[in-house]
Design a protein around this ligand. Sequence first.
Ligand SMILES: Cc1cc2nc3c(=O)[nH]c(=O)nc-3n(C[C@H](O)[C@H](O)[C@H](O)COP(=O)(O)OP(=O)(O)OC[C@H]3O[C@@H](n4cnc5c(N)ncnc54)[C@H](O)[C@@H]3O)c2cc1C
Length: 303
Amino acid sequence: MSKAELFSALNAILPGRVFLDEPMSRHTTWRIGGPADILVEPDGVDGLTALIALLQAWKLTPLIIGNGSNLLVRDGGIRGVVVKIGRGLGGIKITGAVVTAGAGAALGALAAAARDAGVGGLAFAAGIPGTVGGAVVMNAGAHGSSMRDVVQEVLVMDYSGCCTRLPAAALDFGYRTSCLKGAPLIVLEATCRGGLQDPAAIRREMEGYQAKRRATQPLTRPSAGSVFRNPPGRAAGQLIEQAGAKGMRSGDAQVSTLHGNFIINLGAATARDVLDLIRRVQDLVYDRFGATLTLEVQILGED
Ligand SMILES: Cc1cc2nc3c(=O)[nH]c(=O)nc-3n(C[C@H](O)[C@H](O)[C@H](O)COP(=O)(O)OP(=O)(O)OC[C@H]3O[C@@H](n4cnc5c(N)ncnc54)[C@H](O)[C@@H]3O)c2cc1C
């Protein structure tokens, strides 16, 4: 089946939600990435179920993304079908101290809804620009908390369309990882439990976190947050700064002068620029400290 035939067939079941040769730079916070053959953004669980059934019938494996805030897509783009889990699967329900959020909900919306309902424990998520699904997969966290501290269970769909509820204990959460990373499963929903708290106190906590972020992170330029994982007992950003790499450039990719672990896109950076800079930073830090920096961001696609 050609790309154009696939596009027509998918567009027949999800009209207006299917994009042909879609630049991935529109779907990553780095604003970098070549075209995906097909990108589909389902409008809800029924649409996703119909899509997955068709893909299975054609033996096509989807690549699932959320807000693309932890992704570097190479300049040649992605062959096959990318499924973006976004606002169409982004409902949020709160009962007492239990918050159930669709995988496509923005973490900021989750944190704000919890705050307004007086549910504490999710304030850490406010400034992380991912979706609930991406955050569960990555065990996203900040300010000493992470998804592991609040998630009770997740609803997942496999590539044959079967849905299962997995308790938190089955998710194997670790430092920016879970057993869902790379697994052939789509996160549909997460149920989180917080503690009842005064909304004004939660608001103050969130404002404190946001102020800290604004002071220490280059939030006005496209990036993917921390590029490298922190080596045990050390902060990658500090090692990069001490190695003298802050401000270093490859093309339009630059190691932030504010935060050494961020690489920002000055305007027209390519994935090649970022990968070149990543390698140079890794070499510098290794030569200076003997420390190996491994990637937190995930690299997808073709050269
Ligand atoms: C400015 C900035 C600040 C950041 N700060 C932080 C921070 O403080 N803490 C932190 O942990 N991270 C931070 N990040 C990184 C990023 O926001 C998180 O990793 C986030 O959880 C990624 O979510 P996403 O929806 O963008 O996922 P994506 O980047 O789209 O995907 C990440 C992974 O999750 C998978 N995935 C996404 N959605 C689903 C789904 N529904 N089902 C199955 N798999 C899925 C993808 O296949 C991929 O493997 C920051 C990023 C930026 C740009």
